[in-house]
Design a protein around this ligand. Sequence first.
Ligand SMILES: Nc1ncnc2c1ncn2[C@@H]1O[C@H](COP(=O)(O)OP(=O)(O)OP(=O)(O)O)[C@@H](O)[C@H]1O
Length: 259
Amino acid sequence: MDLLVVDRVVKNFGGLRVLNQTSLTVKKGTVTALVGPNGSGKSTLFNVIYGLAPADEGEVYFQGKKITRYPPYRIYREGLALAFQLPRLFDQLPILDNLLLAAPVNSGENPIRALFTRPRWQEEERALARQAYEVLELLELTPLALRPTGQLSGGQRKLVEIGRVLMAKPEMILVDEPAAGINPVLARKIYATLKKLQQEKGLTLFIIEHRLEVLFDFADYVYLMDAGRVVLEGTPEEVLAHPDFYTIYAGESRPWRVL
Ligand SMILES: Nc1ncnc2c1ncn2[C@@H]1O[C@H](COP(=O)(O)OP(=O)(O)OP(=O)(O)O)[C@@H](O)[C@H]1O
């Protein structure tokens, strides 16, 4: 089943056409990769999908519903979340609090209602704490739960950002460069965690990444973008074996591929 459908999307910035009739689909329960040279339009496509930049033409559908001109908060409520490349976290607060603050609004936050519905919001708070600890466990961050988020490494911050997004129990997450600036061992750990989310929680992941040597070991399907268009697609093996892949992607032959 196609969870996300991008249909002939056009996005212009001034005189520059950044997305040029971009079309692709993401199947439910897959890890799908979006790769391409710098400036090919990958992040712009994520911004259009997530409602941060309105499309000039074309449509975006999520679970069969047209979401093209929805604002981000409505898209989030529909079950599609974006994990930012530079995590937006409260550095003074512990990891646990960052997760609790990311949870959808609950009845205890309205002081008048809270006065009359105490048992209910207390139970909600307990359920949220249980959920936050489940997320921490899944990301193997439990020992750091009470550590101020500002003290974490870049890779750990990315995991907390993914945890923050998981608190909304999304169907699908757009992840922009989870391994950027991260050492190879931690990059692999982040991808192993993402794969675990797919396998254990049935999550669908759509990931932009330049670290192909890590990404392609975990992806089920790959789209290669160039100048605002999808120019190649298939399994990682099919895409890597295509004679044009390296020319389009890097303009040279496999310097980064560890065989
Ligand atoms: N808000 C904006 N205003 C003007 N131009 C923009 C804006 N956002 C992106 N662009 C331009 O759109 C083009 C595509 O940018 P985008 O960030 O989508 O590419 P990308 O494929 O994600 O690149 P990278 O791999 O380097 O992150 C670039 O030429 C960029 O300068």
